[in-house]
Design a binder for this molecule. Sequence first.
Ligand SMILES: Nc1ncnc2c1ncn2[C@@H]1O[C@H](COP(=O)(O)OP(=O)(O)OP(=O)(O)O)[C@@H](O)[C@H]1O
Length: 603
Amino acid sequence: MHHHPMHQCTMHYHAVHHHTVHHQCVHHRPVQNRPLQHHPLHLPVPAPRSRPVPAMALRLLLARALRLLPRGAAAAAPHRPPPAPAGPWAPPRPPSALFSSFSFSSFFRRPAAGLAAAARRGRRGPCLALALGLALAEPRLEERRRAEAACGSIQMVFIRKNKAQKNPLSSFRWRGFRLEEYLIGQPLGKGCSAAVYEAAIPSPPDGQGSRRLSGEGPALGEQPTDKPQQKEAFPLAIKMMWNISAGSSSEAILDAMGRELVPATRTALAGEYGAVSCRRKPVLRRKKLQPHPNIIQVIRAFTSSVPLLPGAFTDYPDVLPLSLNPRGIGHSRTLFLVMKNYPCTLRQYLRDNSPDARLSTMMILQLLEGVDHLVRHGIAHRDLKSDNILVELDSAGCPWLVITDFGCCLADDSVGLRLPFTSSYVDRGGNGCLMAPEVITASPGPGTVINYSKADAWAVGAIAYEILGLANPFYGHGDSTLESRSYREDQLPSLPDRVPLEVKQVVKLLLQRDPNKRLSARVAANVLHLSLWGESVLAPKTLKPDQMVAWLLCQSAATLLLDGLVDKSRVETKMKMCFFANLDYEDLWAAIFLLLALRNQAG
Ligand SMILES: Nc1ncnc2c1ncn2[C@@H]1O[C@H](COP(=O)(O)OP(=O)(O)OP(=O)(O)O)[C@@H](O)[C@H]1O
């Protein structure tokens, strides 16, 4: 298994994931296929309860973590003014060079060993200064262990709180598995492989203001209802795939379009596909994706014969079946996916809105959290672009981003994120403009393997330009347009001054050509988390693990309270919950270091 330099595997992580997540592949964590062992530093994992009340979870968290702290540490929770970049952390070299030369983690564990490794690569001078700096800050062993255990305990509480999003069909348990049950309204959009429509399940059966499907669209010339009412009337979106190459049997359609089902919930497939996938498990090989706030949930999936829907003759006449269009080349049956109906895509949102620096950072962070979740499950989306990201506003007006359209994804149990690129017929994914350099420049051959573990993170770096109010540097035809195949990093356009420094740096590091120098989605997300709400942990000149734990305790307790008692649908709270669910001592320490290094470098 590929080993990530920034991620030292800890047995704790192993324990947590095996107890709670049950997924097959945790990328960058070399823990697969090992029996679950108990780590001496970790607390016994309690049997999961069905619905832990927030207060209980909070008490559990506090009791556990406080037991791990020495007296007085909690009181020392740092609350100081923003830091002047601290001396001992000063990076002697640009961060991109830092990435190539050594592993942060090895420095944190054993500075001398990290130094030796770097020296072997002929970079002794600058690294010596760094190592000396870090040696000053290196925590005592037992303090570090306490912090590791506390991080593990906090992580455990938050992993258990990771639940499926509430979906508009949650009260329709056994319904929605047949197209005939839906009312279909106006088109919401279309892409290269499907058309998407607003939809509803009428209740009572003969709903008003929308029409029963049965092949006929709304009357031509009907006035569209105004937007909010329409959304209420049609809480669902139904995606009708265009089937021009798969056969018409459910199994053939599933084989050809199965990737679309990667983000499907378990109940989504309880209809016809439940039967198909049980019978043909080895063929399906679909990775199971745990729910995540920034990943779409497909809540129903079924095949049906292709109906004539509004706009079909103007928007996609050629892909209609013969029965509807004598010149159509489509098959008579196809795949339908039901999702929540989102108000707009990211591209549409950015056309009408200019989010400020903090909102933009939150938006980039959400994409990174979504991508990190995919990477951990061994899945690459491979078609990230602003049309494939849906947006709704949370109760505080913050855009909530959800990655959708998994039609081009790589989600194969047998290869994971390393795709053998043996011939030019192997599908490398969609959207050539936003294909990471290592993907677009790969040349097919017997030994070629494309590693997708940082490809989506690269695309997030490119989309970040759009979020920060600029044109995507990889789109367009003019002289200023860059090609991912050939650009140099110094050609990347500068970001506006209003963009926080660390966000600029993170974007730059996500767009490194060399994946070894590029930030992973996880590290980039951690840096943005710290940049958004970690000022107090960054403040002390020499940060100690106990102080870090004290800060984590305050933040995690506040997050639980906000989630349980105040408002469940705040993006900020969701993001903090992601942060705590992925909490790892080494990773966090590395992110703190990196952030201070980035600030110091610029300062
Ligand atoms: N759940 C949804 N809610 C609202 N609109 C949606 C939803 N899903 C998709 N859309 C709209 O439909 C468009 C096409 O959807 P989607 O990207 O899934 O189709 P596609 O054919 O797979 O696209 P691509 O060309 O990227 O392969 C989106 O860009 C968006 O405008």
